[in-house]
Write a protein that binds this ligand. Structure first.
Ligand SMILES: C[S@@+](CC[C@H](N)C(=O)[O-])C[C@H]1O[C@@H](n2cnc3c(N)ncnc32)[C@H](O)[C@@H]1O
Length: 275
């Protein structure tokens, strides 16, 4: 445990020391989507936000604060578990921290028509950031998937407060049932956030199957790429897939730019956002 923390720290220090050089290299690629991610990252790092952005982030974080005071119990029976966990504890454990929510917001905001798929709604924290960006667009939609009925209910209510129902759809149910339905739907995505069911087999499965649902070139974001050996291995094999053109490893999240061509050589980058 201690050794892995030390290793992480040394690695991230190395990434930070090389960051300026990495940014220059990313600019040189001249790739539209890669630069869009870099722009989002730099905006976030600069802290130079417009009054509208400050208002939106305040709204998302006040929703988090409400959840952190909520003692209602969530049942996880759908996963054959007898445990019941308070909303506030689910919120502490499973939701994206503010910086990552903001990164998702900026990336979505910089896209013209974001057709966004999120696997892992939870309490709708990341979904709130994403939907705040989507609601301003003429076209674009958030499709998000959650297995726990009470979590779906809470998130759905939250999303309805943000925007109209035509801007989002929430699939409630276990992915084993809802993922095949999604694959049969007419929806195509130019951005995907895989943040549910973090194990190697499922992550590789979602990635492979989702290739047929992408509107190329597309962005795929995978959370918790260093969470377990299985996730490390899944990230490593996905980023070396022939359709991947670029990858950015943020240690917590990994972001891929993928298109429908064969890329014998690819470029992998590392950036540091936060611990
Ligand atoms: C890490 S949380 C998502 C966090 C959310 N994206 C955020 O940042 O606020 C993952 C969610 O995926 C759901 N999930 C995990 N495995 C699932 C499965 N097999 N079927 C349906 N939902 C699942 C969990 O119930 C959980 O709410």
């Amino acid at each position: 445990m201690l050794l892995s923390k030390i290793k992480k720290h040394i690695f991230l220090t190395y990434v930070r020391l090389r960051q300026k050089n990495t940014i220059k290299k990313i600019y040189k690629t001249n790739d539209r989507l890669l630069r869009l991610i870099l722009e989002s990252f730099q905006k976030l790092k600069s802290g130079n936000f417009s009054s509208e952005e400050i208002k939106i982030f305040g709204k998302c974080e006040s929703y988090r604060s409400q959840l952190l005071e909520n003692d209602d119990l969530i049942s996880f029976e759908v996963f054959n578990s007898k445990k019941k966990i308070k909303v506030k504890d689910v919120c502490k454990k499973a939701t994206s921290p503010p910086s990552w929510g903001r990164l998702l917001y900026f990336i979505t905001d910089l896209m013209k028509n974001p057709n966004f798929l999120e696997i892992g709604t939870n309490l709708g924290i990341s979904g709130s950031y994403i939907l705040e960006a989507i609601k301003k667009k003429e076209k674009g939609k958030l499709i998000t998937m959650e297995g726990v009925p009470m979590l779906s209910e809470i998130s759905h209510k939250r999303f309805e407060e943000i925007t109209s129902r035509k801007k989002f759809k929430l699939y409630n149910g276990l992915y084993i049932d809802t993922f095949p339905k999604l694959l049969k739907s007419k929806q195509y995505f130019n951005i995907v956030f895989i943040d549910g069911n973090h194990n190697k087999k499922s992550t590789l499965h979602y990635y492979e199957k989702l290739k047929s649902k992408l509107d190329f070139p597309a962005i795929i974001i995978i959370d918790d790429i260093n969470w377990s050996n299985g996730m490390k291995s899944a990230w490593n094999s996905i980023r070396n897939d022939s359709m991947v053109k670029f990858s950015i490893d943020f240690y917590k999240m990994g972001i891929l730019i993928i298109d429908n061509k064969y890329h014998e050589t690819k470029q992998h980058f590392n950036l540091f956002l936060t611990y």
